[in-house]
Design a protein around this ligand. Structure first.
Ligand code: CS2
Length: 499
């Protein structure tokens, strides 16, 4: 089979081997600028948009993808080379693979190379929506301050260098300032990150920055920009070299960075768009008045579930999420955590069958085809725990309910942060706070386990809760003395088995 490089010119040559965009990409007008063209965006929003362009005669919601950080150069170069095209490889439960080339990314910009081009584009009247996947840690929220971290060196840099910023806040501020001065309409800024009330968070963090950098812009933003909250969902493992090879061998398509993902996808969005929006609902997204309960459900069950499996699984020596969830003892522990500690904190969700949702999660985690990496899940845990796990702890502490299982996972994380699994193999802790985590983990191991909870930027004031500390220390000693699996077994045996 002849092999073709993926790009616009070759599309027609591969059309009989793989689904390609059936719409005229040249006729698509860019209406969205998206920051963060990683795997998740490409498996989710870009795919919804591609389906919309495919299923309707709509032509005005092409996406301009922005690579914001210097290390995003690789994805920028690859996508640019491929005219914005990439392959989405959906790994079905039965092991089969559905592949399609996605065409909704119509333009690309690399911010560090040309910041002005990004600011100008964001300010262009054609752009109605700016969407973001900048990761949980990208919002510059400090758990210790419970506010925007105004001392972050990049933030200080942006205040001094408004025309060549480094952070998203610097870019948005300059672009909105330009929109205002040129009399351009406002726009919608939509976060697609896993953060509770992600729109409210974006607005609060942006306004904190604007108050420091450009105070005269605050009231214009309040009047002209909206920040819808949204719940986003699709498990998207990191692309492996085998995926790239498989695409080449099976379909003769050379794509330097395809995206792999699970079949399930969900997107629930607050309908707060000040300058129009795509009809994403005709391709499966849901627009609702209040998305908060759905976000809470997803973050506390799915994302926290991932964290539980990732941290426990890593210590045991597993490499993928399906291995961890298919370990009967870990699965039992996870079910107990979700049912006994998380579910009671989700009372405000009407008409949602949480038991069925949990069941479906266990099934999705168990998808042996997607090989979701534990490494991916454990990365940036210092940004994930405060969003995925600790809010559940806080809710339970407020009503004097048990936090024993969450404390167990935090104890496991303290041991994980020492950087070795139970076989003595190195664990590479990929985390913006890796050095801090390691320092506190060592101190916890040498002196008292509770030292780990002193990392205020992660745990806030959790160390003030005696109930939590007692459970945490018991779990810590148990894991050190008996190992994860035996400790998990003891936890499971003291609880009624959940079907
Ligand atoms: C994961 C998420 O990063 C993580 O820890 O839990 O990437 C998860 O796979 C997605 O949010 C699924 O929607």
């Amino acid at each position: 089979m002849t092999t073709y490089k993926l790009n616009q010119e070759n599309l027609s040559k591969i059309a009989d081997r793989i689904s390609i965009p059936a719409y005229d990409r040249n006729a698509i007008k860019t209406g969205i600028i998206h920051v963060g063209v990683g795997g998740f965006h490409r498996a989710h929003q870009a795919l919804y948009t591609d389906r919309l362009l495919h299923d309707s005669s709509i032509t005005d919601w092409g996406i301009c993808g922005v690579a914001l950080l210097p290390h995003d150069k690789k994805i920028y170069d690859i996508l640019k080379n491929q005219d914005g095209l990439y392959t989405l490889m959906v790994k079905e439960f039965d092991g089969s693979l559905s592949k399609r080339v996605v065409g909704s990314i119509t333009e690309l910009l690399f911010a560090p190379e040309n910041p002005k081009s990004v600011i100008d584009k964001m300010a262009s009247p054609d752009i109605k929506i700016i969407t973001l996947t900048i990761t949980e840690g990208g919002y510059n929220y400090s758990e210790a301050l419970e506010a925007f971290d105004a001392q972050n060196p990049d933030i200080l840099y942006d205040i001094d260098h408004p025309e060549s910023p480094k952070t998203i806040f610097g870019y948005l501020t300059q672009a909105l300032k330009l929109r205002k001065s040129q009399g351009v309409d406002g726009c919608t800024i939509q976060s697609c990150d896993n953060i509770q009330s992600n729109g409210d968070m974006t607005k609060a963090m942006l306004l904190s920055y604007v108050k420091l950098a450009e105070p005269g812009l605050v009231s214009w933003i309040n009047k002209n920009v909206s920040f819808p909250n949204s719940m986003v969902d699709r498990i998207t493992p990191a692309t492996a070299a085998e995926d790239i090879d498989m695409l080449k061998t099976e379909s003769g398509v050379e794509d330097a960075w395809p995206v792999v993902c699970e079949p399930f996808k969900q997107w629930i969005i607050e309908d707060e768009f000040v300058n129009g929006r795509p009809l994403w609902d005709i391709v499966g997204a849901r627009f609702v008045k209040d998305v908060e309960p759905f976000e809470k459900m997803k973050l506390r069950l799915l994302n926290a579930g991932h964290t539980v499996l990732g941290i426990l699984g890593a210590l045991v020596g597993y490499e993928t999420i399906d291995e961890a969830v298919n370990d009967v003892n870990i699965r039992e522990f996870l079910k107990n955590y979700l049912h006994l500690e998380v579910k009671p904190t989700l009372k405000d969700l009407e008409n949602v069958d949480l038991d069925a949702y949990i069941k479906s999660l266990i099934q999705r985690f168990g998808n042996v085809s997607i090989k979701d990496q534990i490494d991916r899940i454990c990365s940036e845990s210092s940004a994930k725990f405060p969003i995925f796990v600790l809010p559940t702890v806080k809710s339970n502490l407020e009503i004097a309910k048990s936090t024993e299982l969450a404390a167990f996972v935090v104890a496991a994380w303290a041991i994980y942060s020492l950087g070795k699994d139970e076989q003595g193999n190195n664990l590479v802790v990929k985390d913006a706070l890796a050095t801090t985590l390691h320092e506190y983990a060592v101190q916890a191991a040498q002196e008292q386990p509770k030292y780990f909870l002193e990392i205020e930027s992660v745990f806030g004031n959790l160390k003030a809760s005696e109930a939590f500390i007692t459970a945490y220390e018991n779990a810590y000693h148990s894991i050190v003395n008996k190992g994860v699996i035996n400790s998990v077994k003891s936890e499971n045996s003291s609880r009624v088995k959940i079907a």
